[in-house]
Structure formats: C-alpha cells, structure tokens
Design a protein around this ligand. Sequence first.
Ligand code: PLP
Length: 393
Amino acid sequence: MPIDFGADCRPLFSIESDLIFLNNGSFGAPPHSMLEAQATYRAMAERSPISFFRNKLPKYLREAAGDLGAFIGAAEGTLAFTENATTGINSVVLSVAHSLRPGDILLTTDHVYGAVRQTLNRYAEWTGAKVVEVSVPFPLHDSNEITEVIAAALTSQVKFAVFDHITSPSGIIFPIQDIVNLCRERNIPVLVDGAHAPGMVELNIEHLGADWYVGNCHKWMFAPKGCAFLYTAPERQKETHALITSHGYGKGYAAEFDFTGTKDYSAFLAVRDALKFYRENGGLEKIAAYNRNLARSMRRMLAETWNVAPPAPESAIGSLAALPVPENLPANEETGWALHDELFGLHRIEVPVTFLKGRLWVRISAQIFNESNEYCALAEALPKAIISVQCRL
Ligand SMILES: Cc1ncc(COP(=O)(O)O)c(C=O)c1O
C-alpha cells in the first residue's frame, strides 16, 4: 500500500518529531525501513566475511548497479558506486588532472558547490591550471541566460568543465542538456554534478551525453547515507580511476571502483531497497511531483509574505527553492549561520541560509514528509529571527 504524504508519513522517518525539517537537500533522510535493509546487508557481511567479500559483494554490486541504471538511464557497466558525490567528483578531477598544463582552464559557475570548488582549486594548484567560475545571474529571469554566459566562456583554453544539474546555494535546475551539447560541440570534456537530481527530476544519463555524471541516492531517493554513483561514458572509462587505489587498479572500470578496500558497502546494496520504496510509493509521477508542487507553491507563499521577488522562473524549480532574506543584514556567511542558529534554536526550524552573489538566501526543501503548515511557521519565524540577529550585531 502506498503511504500518504505529509505529516502522516513522518513517523516512517527518524527526524525528531518537534523539528520543522526544511532541509532534506543537505543530507537526505532515509525511512527507518531503509536503515533496517542496510542492517541486513551488514549482518550478512559479518556472518561469513570471506565469502561475502569474495563472492557475494561483487555480484550484489553489479545487480544494484543494474537496478539503479534502469532508473537513471545508464547501462550497468557505466555505473560505479561511491560514498558520496564528492568522492565521485574527486575521482574524475584527479583522473583529468594528469593531462592538464599550466594555463589550461577548468570551467565551472559561481553557483558551484563549495566542496567542488575546493577540489578544482586543489588540482589547479597542483597542475598550474586556472579555475574560472562563470557568473550566472541570480536573480535569474530566464534559463537561457545560463546557457548564454556558459557558451561565451567555453573557449579553446577550457580543458575540463563541471556544471551543476541542480545548484546547491540557489536551488535552480540548469538547462543541462543544452549545456552538455555546447561542451560536446566544442569537444570539451564535461562532468555533470547531479548530486540533487536522482529522485528529484527524471534522468536519462546516457541520452544526456556527458562524459561523466555524478549523483547522490541519499538525498532525494531515500537511500541510506553513503550511497552515490559515478557514470562514466564508455570512451572515458580507460582514463577514469577511483580515488582510492586497490586490487582492481588496471583491471577495468567496474573492478577498480567496486572494491576500494575493507569498508561498509551496505549503503550501496540498499539502493535496491530505496528504488523499491520509491517505486512502490508512486515514483517520479507522485513523489517528485508532490515535492515540486509543494516547493513551488510554498516559494510563492513565502515571497508574498516577505514581500520579495522569487529569484528564478518557476519552471527552474524542483524540490529546492531559494528566496532572498528580506531585511537588511550584513550579508556574509557568519550572519547566515547566526540566522540559521536562531531559527533552529528558538523556532525549531531547520533551514539553510546560503550566501551567494553577496546576498543571503533562505533555501527551502520539500520532501514527502513536509507539508504547508511547516513553511507557514517559517514565514512567521524568519522576520523575528532577523530582528534577534540585528539586535545582537
Ligand atoms: C551540488 C552539490 N554537489 C555536491 C554535493 C556533495 O555531496 P556529498 O556530500 O554527498 O559528497 C552536494 C551536497 O549537498 C551538492 O549540493
């Protein structure tokens, strides 16, 4: 029986009952049943460790990759599991870094996730390459503005590009097919950071045509934490290596990524249970649609209440949405955290305050356990929290 969404399904999740949790986006929230499924894989590994690691794990991983691939449109042999999006991204950037020369450009945008920025900067320092962040307008009036600024920056000096499918600080869905097409036309290798995409938007990764695509299953797909994937196009697999070198090095893409030493592989195996939960509860048609409708309507309500303009077209909004902080506060990360702490500490609302383009933004998430009254509580609490922070400055 499919579950009812909203407060009725909240008891299926571990989130504290008095917490208004509007930040599924950062780390996700698996239902208890997923943690139980994970525990059965852990128990299996402990019951007969040698046969588990030698015989069962390789087979189970490929079966899990097959199931996941059917959901995201990628052949099983193109998918590798990684603990998180960051590990997948680091594996790709390290693999690419070997061929970089001083003066080469690594291109991304200024909406890039902080850890990805750090990764690019690290390998740029190592190779003498330069990181260029294209400025993507925010507020954004039309998604074409994104492709225009990116197209202008894709020069012959660009040797590698990373673009978000759905951005973290601003919560917008990029026109990723157009962006990948631009890179392909220019023969520029491109990695798509789709950390937020699986379970939020429909995916057909092979059709997209990027060289690499990284996604998290623990954000919007209900998998336990520590379940992400790296897609690598067949023609890139030879040059793409796991961040951790282990027995599989030189034995092919899947062999290299499938075993990276003794660790807990249970979250990878539980992806099949997460897919089952996702399917049984209506799949994209119901889950992604519920979240998208809630995020969009609550964005409209908050914008009206706070008298601010929504900073992106509604068509660019999935289950995440950012709104400008409505009052004059010094805009910096520290004030953002002060506002967050005030909302969390005094109002029991968990919502991130991001800092982008010299402004503070409140980024809401909508997951199946959320419902409108929680955003109404935020609508009331934010002006009070702003006054409290102002008084302390
Ligand atoms: C766009 C984006 N990329 C990468 C990541 C990193 O994900 P993880 O913590 O699973 O490595 C995040 C996390 O929120 C993200 O939003």
